[in-house]
Design a protein around this ligand. Structure first.
Ligand SMILES: C[S@@+](CC[C@H](N)C(=O)[O-])C[C@H]1O[C@@H](n2cnc3c(N)ncnc32)[C@H](O)[C@@H]1O
Length: 236
């Protein structure tokens, strides 16, 4: 049976906006609508503000284009379900040449990320980590999440249930990148906090930062509660 080319499918649907909206605008609107539809399944401090922004974006588009957004989400979901070993949105971001908008922002190709994670966690390292209450991993300049996706897959190969026993923390100064990471980690079932903010000047839970909690974080929130205690103690 012939495999579906999800990137081609995505680009075909994405191209239907052409002529009326810029690629950059549609990409960012798609990311925001998708991220809010996931984040707002749970109560958060930013829920109402995000919902208002969601409808502001949604109402910019005529009905025949509105219905394309769920189709795009379906394609990303199917792609990552079929093959979790990829940075699907990060690759598309480059293929659609959207990175040029951000002065040549480059993400690590997924195979390189996987290699980097594998060489760090060879042998018994992961097994030893299994004895901890949970493992945490942080990328303070996460991009679309290539390194963290690789971490999830490597952890799984080493017998660790990353959906339960790993806390992923990711930060990026750029909301576009952070939301790509948020969507992908959400779809892979990673318990994760994605932070939009400058990791040098305002790291972690700094009050000026915007926080995005994945559904699997919310479901396991009790387990990771010490992260909020530590953040309060450090004054961030
Ligand atoms: C080279 S990309 C790497 C992304 C990802 N770690 C990967 O390996 O694919 C660098 C990322 O760092 C982000 N960045 C640059 N300066 C930052 C800062 N001060 N705080 C947070 N993120 C930053 C950029 O927006 C970009 O997404």
């Amino acid at each position: 049976m012939q495999k579906t080319d999800y990137k081609k499918e995505f680009i075909k649907t994405f191209d239907m906006f052409r002529g009326r909206y810029s690629k950059w605008q549609v990409w960012n609107d798609f990311l925001y609508l998708t991220a809010v539809s996931m984040a707002n399944l749970f109560p958060t401090a930013e829920k109402q503000k995000r919902e208002a922004q969601y409808y502001e974006i949604w109402n910019k588009y005529p009905k025949e284009l509105q219905k394309l957004f769920p189709s795009l989400i379906d394609i990303v979901t199917a792609a990552l379900t079929e093959n979790a070993e990829q940075d699907f949105l990060g690759t598309l971001y480059h293929e659609l040449r959207l990175h040029q908008q951000q002065k040549g922002q480059f993400f690590t190709p997924y195979d390189i990320s996987r290699f980097m994670v594998e060489v760090q966690f060879c042998g018994n390292d992961m097994i030893e980590m299994k004895n901890k209450q949970y493992i945490s991993v942080n990328d303070p300049a996460c991009g679309a999440g290539s390194l963290l996706i690789a971490f999830a897959n490597v952890a799984k190969r080493h017998g660790i249930n990353y959906q339960k026993d790993v806390l992923f923390v990711a930060q990026d100064i750029d909301q576009t990148a952070a939301l790509m990471c948020y969507i992908q980690l959400s779809l892979l079932g990673c318990p994760a906090i994605i932070i939009v903010g400058d990791s040098l000047l305002k790291p972690d839970m700094h009050p000026d930062n915007s926080l995005w909690f994945t559904p699997f974080f919310q479901l396991n929130r009790w387990k990771f509660r010490d992260i909020f205690v530590d953040a309060a103690a450090s004054g961030s």
